[in-house]
Design a protein around this ligand. Structure first.
Ligand SMILES: *Cc1c(COP(=O)(O)O)cnc(C)c1O
Ligand code: SF4
Length: 376
């Protein structure tokens, strides 16, 4: 432990004592993008460097100094490292891999909009992120640096939303919308707010996890003007819950923004019951509501992260009833080729007929509920 700490201080090119550490733009400007950069933080063999370079041809790397500082470099299976640093497994394609696993392209009526569900749309405003998750669903497009929405794209997307009055919920995502400047984001949110039928505006962002200093007072003051705003973030492992991350989450919820979390079930990272339990309890403790736990989808080059579906069902079953219901996310499979998110879970229903419902409780005991009888 002590050694680990010393190693960390020696190996990390940047550290928290840097006067610019809490400046999010500095974090982005100094993020680790090449195997050479990375070798100044983590000792890398030439083979490992080669492997990383091969992966970078498919999907770029960027690791904020903050997120890199969470890596325990003595652990070859460190959960932060596995999410941030490419592994050669990414170059293996599985026969079931799909380029567009969720069929988002065919449901995109205008650029930047995915309209799958009746009353809500996904509005993809940028392809940039501050940290590129190795398990990213939208790998096929995310990471193309220059692809931030332009004025024409904003105008078209806003027009589509204005023209469809069934849309009451707009989910701003990407990429990570919070890597955009506050002014540009406000331009988009402000326009959405002028549309009468748009009720809630949601933002999907990994910034509280990988770049918590982005949650500035300026950003929060802007967002507060456009309520109801909801945010969903993406914590996958308890090691990501630091004082900085906690502070960012608390700032968000204190602004009256309900904060949810969407995790991806990742092999070797959070596919153990105890790891998942600690993550969920710590999220609730900082007032973050676990919303979805996703089965890892069929994106190309991420098959090494996939667990069996039974693993997910078993973890949720083992926790349900044992910890607060607030801590239990809905386990879903985002249907391949695009059918939406489908909840998958343990079947507590033993049988059901006109007379009674037989069911199992969280401890496996059997209970009966008589069906209502209406004689008249
Ligand atoms: C996930 C998703 C949504 C939001 O779904 P909720 O279940 O309401 O969170 C909307 N549109 C698309 C295309 C999605 O993938
Ligand atoms: S933050 Fe989201 S969009 Fe960006 S790389 Fe991670 S999973 Fe993909």
């Amino acid at each position: 432990m002590a050694l680990g700490h010393i190693m960390r201080t020696i190996m990390n090119r940047y550290n928290k004592n840097d006067p610019e550490w809490n400046n999010w733009q500095w974090q982005i400007a100094h993020s680790i993008k090449t195997s050479d950069d990375l070798s100044q933080h983590i000792p890398l063999t030439d083979q490992r460097k080669d492997d990383i370079n091969k992966c970078l041809a498919n999907f770029r790397m960027a690791i904020t100094p903050y997120y890199a500082s969470l890596i325990n470099i003595g652990d070859p299976k460190d959960p932060i490292m596995m999410q941030a640093v490419p592994s050669i497994d990414e170059t293996y394609f599985n026969e079931n891999d799909l380029l567009d696993p969720l069929g988002e392209e065919k449901e995109s009526p205008v650029p930047h909009i995915v309209h799958r569900y009746p009353d809500r749309v996904l509005f993809l405003v940028t392809l940039r992120c501050s940290m590129y998750c190795r398990h990213c669903t939208r790998k096929r497009v995310v990471g193309e640096v220059d692809k931030e929405i332009d004025e024409k794209g904003i105008t078209e997307a806003i027009k589509y939303i204005s023209d469809h009055d069934q849309i009451r919920d707009v989910l701003i995502s990407g990429g990570d919308p919070l890597v955009m400047t506050t002014a540009k984001l406000e331009g988009i949110i402000g326009k959405l707010r002028t549309i009468k039928h748009v009720d809630i505006i949601r933002i999907g962002t990994r910034v509280p996890v990988v770049l918590p200093m982005r949650i500035t007072d300026e950003l929060i003051d802007m967002l507060k003007k456009y309520h109801p705003i909801w945010i969903n973030t993406h914590f996958n492992h308890p090691n990501e819950i630091t004082d900085e991350a906690k502070n960012a989450c608390i700032k968000i919820v204190n602004a009256g923004i309900p904060l949810g979390n969407q995790s991806v079930l990742l092999k070797g990272i959070n596919d153990q019951k105890d790891v998942m339990k600690e993550l969920l309890l710590r999220l609730v403790s900082m007032r973050v509501r676990p919303y979805y736990l996703y089965q890892c989808d069929l994106s190309k080059g991420i098959s090494h992260f996939r667990t069996t579906v039974d693993t997910g069902i078993d973890i949720i079953h083992a926790l349900t009833g044992h910890i607060s219901g607030y801590a239990i996310p809905k386990y879903v499979i985002d249907a391949p080729t695009g059918g939406g998110k489908i909840p998958i879970g343990y079947n507590y229903l033993v049988s059901k007929d006109d007379q009674e419902v037989v069911m199992e409780n969280y401890l496996g005991k059997i209970y009966r509920y008589p069906q209502p009888k209406h004689n008249r």
